[in-house]
Design a protein around this ligand. Structure first.
Ligand code: NAD
Length: 263
């Protein structure tokens, strides 16, 4: 059994993950943490006592892997704790700045880390297909990414929308400079190389992403709609099984799913 710790266990994803790990035949819940000072600290969740200091939880639980869906800042701090103790990680948090990502990469020199802004297997297939479509369609199509999430989501655009924009830019030979996140006022004609990334927020939307390829006389839309958080959780468990025992490094879901690198 893979000895698993869930950080941020009181969160939306933390709750889903602790239930899925408890129901799993290959992973065993051996520890959990909540934000320091949280009322959940000291309480029982699925047979483990919630701690507030990950280092201590790792020591006492002899964990193999940590699944972390908290925030980018918290995940970076958690990765340092894991790196000091040789514990593998799956990081599902989003909102990583280049600096935070670089800090995570430093920890990943001593432990294996899967960094996955979207752990749903379906979404990762869509990301793959979006890149393929962009490569085949080439120039001549305007590319836009639209995402929608529940009203409580803290970062925008979603990590998945950013990932989609990144792979689309890569497939089309464009750069970060070509991404447009806002339009307002007298914007003039659309620059040909632009990749638009737009955000909707509201209600209880679990997560929706559409890539539009807008051409002359036709339009292709590639959509993924998540209707339940379990899909993210099940993908994270798959990543946890994959990452445990790997050589140190920073991996992503394409590695977990065995997609061949195209870049
Ligand atoms: P949430 O706000 O419901 O949960 C986050 C939890 O982390 C909270 O309970 C908070 O108290 C806890 N936390 C924060 N700092 C902590 C710390 N230092 N130690 C322990 N716990 C800490 O949010 P959520 O909807 O569960 O999402 C969490 C993160 O996962 C967000 O970044 C979100 O964008 C991302 N997310 C990723 C995927 C994916 O597929 N990878 C899917 C859904 C959400």
């Amino acid at each position: 059994m893979i000895r698993t710790v869930i950080t941020g266990v009181t969160g939306r994803m933390g709750g889903t993950l602790s239930r899925l790990v408890r129901d799993s035949k290959e992973l065993e819940l051996v520890g959990a943490t909540a934000r320091p000072g949280s009322a959940a600290v000291g309480q029982d969740v699925g047979g483990v006592t919630v701690g507030e200091e990950l280092g201590r939880v790792l020591e006492s639980s002899k964990a193999h892997v940590v699944i972390d869906f908290t925030s980018a800042e918290a995940s970076v701090a958690h990765a340092r704790q894991c790196a000091g103790r040789g514990v593998a990680m799956v990081v599902g948090s989003t909102g990583f700045t280049p600096e935070l990502r670089a800090e995570l990469a430093t920890s990943a020199k001593s432990i294996p880390v899967v960094l996955a802004p979207n752990t749903s297997v379906g979404v990762n297939v869509v990301i793959r297909m979006a890149a393929e479509l962009a490569r085949v369609l080439g120039e001549g199509y305007d590319v836009e990414v639209l995402e929608a999430h529940h009203r409580m989501k803290k970062d925008a655009p979603s990590g998945t929308a950013l990932k989609l924009a990144e792979v689309l830019a890569q497939a089309l030979g464009r750069t970060q400079e070509d991404l447009t996140f806002e339009r307002h006022g007298q914007i003039g004609a659309r620059p040909r190389r632009e990749i638009g990334v737009q955000t909707l927020r509201g209600g209880d939307v679990v997560g929706e992403h559409t890539v539009y390829f807008l051409g002359e006389g036709e339009r292709i839309e590639l959509t993924h709609r998540a209707t339940h958080r379990d899909q993210f959780g099940l993908g994270a468990l798959r990543a946890a099984r994959w990452v445990t025992g790997r050589t140190p490094g920073l991996y992503d879901m394409a590695d977990v799913l065995g997609f061949q690198r195209t870049e």
